[in-house]
Design a protein around this ligand. Structure first.
Ligand code: UDP
Length: 366
């Protein structure tokens, strides 16, 4: 089997770390990097630390407004896809890279598999939600992380090609957890004590592009009752700097602003945190897997099972709600296995093998 994989940003490199390794044990992969994330902190460090194979092709599209970026990725990806004769293409998650790959495959008639299919926050104002819906409706193989995702697709009339495989990000988080504790000195470097600090990430457009939301986010950050480590995403850094709020935040002793961290440092900090505050999808899952309570800085989430089990609470950007939640942060007793227990990549490859194996080549047959 020959698989054409398109990745382009931070969480996709983490997911590819799980799948590419297992896929390449028996099959060929052509790995294409769109260049949506292109710097060391958001891209190269993940290839180094997680052993993601070097991309075979780099499209180098760089930053641009959404429509333009999607167009640039399609233009460059279609040239590669038409040339590389693959059995199936593979995209991950919900980004501009994901939807660009899906649209290109639909145009070129290349079968498409989507990892993290069926995730829904039901908030259509989020670009990620629109990307998920479009990609799922263009996919032939829909690889779901959770039963909730399978049910979401069923409600949208999609059942053909749907497979519950578990979550490939969980494969990486579970495998790297002991490595991170051994190898990373980030907690000591930043001077934080186990369970004596919070870990914060925020970069969703809805939280940082709107000036009022950004002001509320800053209101949350300055009110936190414990020291907080905040690796600042470049988008957030730019918005804070434009609004003249970055240097003020930087002066606060209890707020430790850093550049975006490598995976091992981030995981080590996550494991030792008293709680995580985040608007990231991946970090909500990783907090659950690490047994660390999570406050999600959004009003909706696609990882609803973490909320149902009491490990995750949706607090939006409401400072009072954040403080109340942090005042009653006792973790629940039960933390059942939700995401495939570290075997999702094997299930993904098996599902692709079955689908490609079943496909009757055009012109074959009676
Ligand atoms: N992450 C990281 N360093 C950081 C922040 C996040 O390595 O400073 C990792 C995190 O562990 C997770 C992934 O990046 O695996 C999540 O990426 P992001 O929040 O950009 O994407 P989302 O999951 O929201 O799509």
């Amino acid at each position: 089997m020959r698989v054409l994989t398109l990745v382009g940003n931070r969480p996709q490199f983490v997911k590819a770390a799980a799948v590419s390794r297992v896929l390449r044990e028996r099959h060929q992969e052509v790995l294409v990097h769109s260049g949506q994330h292109y710097d060391d902190e958001l891209s190269a460090v993940f290839f180094r630390e997680l052993g993601v194979p070097s991309p075979d092709r780099e499209l180098e599209v760089g930053s641009a407004p959404d429509g333009e970026q999607i167009g640039r990725i399609m233009h460059a990806f279609e040239a590669v896809a038409a040339h590389e004769r693959c059995d199936i293409a593979l995209v991950y998650g919900d980004t501009n890279t994901t939807v660009a790959g899906a649209l290109s495959c639909a145009r070129l008639g290349i079968p498409l598999a989507h990892i993290e299919a069926g995730m829904r926050s039901f908030d259509h104002a989020m670009p990620e939600e629109r990307n998920r819906v479009m990609t799922d409706h263009l996919s032939d193989v829909l690889l779901c992380s959770t039963e909730v995702a399978v049910a979401n697709l069923e409600r949208e009339g999609i059942s053909d090609g749907v497979e519950l495989v578990g979550d490939v990000m969980a494969d990486v988080a579970l495998a790297m957890a002991p490595v991170a504790s051994q190898r990373s000195d980030a907690p000591e470097r930043l001077g934080v004590e186990p369970r004596g600090y919070l870990l914060v990430t925020a970069h969703r457009a809805g939280n940082v592009d709107d000036p009022e939301a950004l002001r509320m986010l800053v209101g949350v950050l300055v009110a936190l009752p414990l020291p907080a480590v905040f690796p600042v995403h470049p988008r957030t850094r730019e918005r804070l700097a434009d609004a003249g709020m970055l240097s003020e935040l930087g002066r606060r002793e209890s707020l430790i602003l850093t550049e975006p961290l490598g995976y091992l440092d981030f995981l080590a900090l996550l494991q030792g945190a008293a709680a995580v505050l985040t608007d990231s999808g991946g970090v909500q899952k990783e907090a659950y897997l690490a047994g660390v309570p999570c406050l999600t800085l959004r009003d909706t989430t696609e990882w609803t099972e973490t909320v149902d089990l009491g490990w995750n609470r949706l607090v939006g950007l409401d400072r009072d709600l954040v403080l109340e939640a942090l005042g009653a942060i006792d973790p629940p007793a039960a933390r059942p296995e939700l995401y495939g227990g570290g075997r999702a990549a094997h299930a993904v490859v098996a599902a692709l093998e079955r689908w490609v194996g079943r496909r009757v080549p055009i012109g074959a047959g009676p």
